[in-house]
Design a protein around this ligand. Structure first.
Ligand SMILES: Cc1ncc(COP(=O)(O)O)c(C=O)c1O
Length: 494
């Protein structure tokens, strides 16, 4: 909103006021003195009343009867502003600086809109690439967008081959099918994750084994992994694959995990659904295991509305996945099929969105990292408040900033904070509920990090994901920080 469009001097005429009200976004003008002190406000209603009382459009706004404007200091919390709007039965409040000069406007629509956790953030190129698909009349799978998107994905992931598919879940399912996973096979998977990491194991009637988190990265604990691999090696029940999740855009400790996987000769599938654009050492997150999967779901750091990708350095694996993703058609002139397969390919239209989104990935990572740093700056001094750590030698994409509340020091549970913030129009979410706590996986084996409470469970119970969108404005983020501080300090005072 441009404030200047809303400003009028007392020497302005009603005609000028009407013109200003037509162009400004919030339908209210502020009449100010030469030194910008607020004299009165003007709305369409004021103009209408003036004309009905016999004045004409050349009347000066200074000649109209006025009433004292409702003003509040800039930086006032959203909840207080909304209270004032309600008390005065108005929709806009003028904000003033310390000297009482006009500094901004707070309107009901912006104050009451929900600030979402991770909304899509389109760049400028996406619509053009989608239009290209229309221009070329290639709307189905295949087409220049799909080819270019896969080539760009290879570059971003540092992998030789990429297959764009309909979702991250489809990518994980294909990875398991490529490895011929079936009933009776064990698959290790991170315990603290979204259920999509584990669902494909169940699709194939394989047996999930849930591996705890480590405190350092919140991801798969190498300690728990090593213990379980040694046990299964002894029993001759080694898993067919290990699915390692890179939670909230933070890479797992891949050096330790890959060393163990190589020792026992077990392939690693990286569930990098949340970590596109993050790095581990000098390589991309998702460049380490045999295959890796990204997601372009609507809430991810970049999106194709829905979509995913499977990447690998092995051409044979991606070729096999491609066949499985396209109904498993045999090489014949007619339609011949010899195995169960899927319709999992990404469409050329959605690949157009992905192409544009990949062009802005670096700036999206930078923006989310800045959002994270600002939360740390604005909240990190509160005793008992912490954040997901970043492993040395890695750079997370900070897809979501996750706050932790130490129950011994913070008198508010994460869910209480979530509900209070919701009342102020701020969406937050609990951390993923661990797989071992899911009814779906109640029979699955679990390998803990240590002897105490599972790390995954303790992280779940004390964490909250904060709004982290790359398009979030500074003042929106200030609003979140103020609202959190308000809830926490009120509780301490109570
Ligand atoms: C860790 C993790 N794995 C897998 C997925 C599945 O991705 P999709 O929603 O694209 O199927 C998601 C996200 O939704 C996820 O967060």
């Amino acid at each position: 909103m441009s404030l200047e469009r809303h400003i009028l001097l007392p020497s302005a005429t009603l005609r000028q006021a009407v013109a200003a009200l037509e162009t400004c976004s919030v339908k209210l003008c502020v009449v100010v003195s030469a030194d910008r002190h607020v004299l009165r406000t003007m709305t369409d209603g004021d103009v209408r009343r003036a004309l009905l009382s016999g004045r004409d459009l050349e009347t000066l706004v200074s000649e109209l009867p006025g009433r004292p404007p409702v003003t509040m200091a800039q930086g006032t919390a959203a909840t207080q502003l909304i209270d004032q709007l309600n008390a005065n039965q108005i929709d806009v409040i003028v904000l003033t600086d310390e000297e009482g000069r006009v500094a901004g406007l707070a309107d009901r629509t912006s104050l009451t809109k929900t600030l979402f956790l991770s909304p899509p953030h389109m760049g400028e190129a996406e619509a053009n690439y989608v239009q290209l698909a229309f221009d070329e009349n290639f709307l189905a799978p295949a087409g220049s967008n799909l080819t270019a998107f896969e080539a760009a994905l290879c570059e971003v992931s540092g992998r030789a081959h990429a297959l764009a598919v309909s979702s991250g879940t489809a990518g994980l399912h294909l990875a398991l099918r490529v490895l011929d996973v079936g009933p009776g096979d064990q698959i290790y998977v991170s315990d603290l994750t979204f259920v999509a990491s584990a669902q494909p194991i169940l699709y194939e009637h394989a047996t999930p084994v849930l591996i705890d988190s480590e405190p350092e990265s919140w991801n798969m604990s190498p300690q728990a992994l090593g213990r379980r691999l040694a046990l299964d090696a002894e029993r001759d029940t080694l898993p067919k694959a290990i699915i390692v999740v890179h939670l909230y855009g933070q890479s797992a400790d891949m050096a330790a995990i890959m060393a163990l996987a190589q020792k026992y000769d077990v392939p690693v599938i990286e569930d990098a659904a949340e970590s596109l654009g993050a790095t581990y050492g000098n390589r991309a997150s998702g460049a380490h295991g045999l295959m890796s999967v990204y997601s372009f779901n609507g809430n991810k750091i970049i999106t194709t509305s829905g979509g995913g990708a499977l990447v690998s350095d092995r051409a044979d694996l991606i070729k096999r996945a491609q066949k499985l993703a396209t109904q498993g058609r045999d090489p014949a002139d007619h339609y011949q099929h010899s195995e169960i397969a899927y319709n999992y390919r990404m469409s050329n239209v959605l690949a157009g969105i992905g192409r544009g989104q990949l062009e802005v990935l670096d700036s999206r990572v930078a923006a989310r990292r800045a959002v994270h740093d600002r939360y740390v700056e604005g909240l990190g001094d509160i005793p008992g408040i912490g954040f997901q750590p970043e492993l040395p030698g890695t750079q997370g994409n900070r897809w979501l900033t996750v706050l932790t509340l130490d129950p011994d020091l913070v008198p508010v549970h994460a869910y209480q904070l979530m509900r209070s913030l919701k009342a102020s129009g701020i969406e937050t979410r609990p951390a993923w509920k661990p797989m071992q706590m899911q009814p779906l996986l109640r029979d699955a084996a679990f390998e803990p990090h240590g002897m105490d409470e599972a790390i995954s469970v303790s992280l779940f119970l004390r964490s909250l994901c904060l709004p982290s969108g790359s398009a979030m404005t500074r003042s929106e983020q200030d609003g979140v920080i103020t609202a959190i501080r308000d809830v926490l300090t009120k509780r301490v005072a109570a």
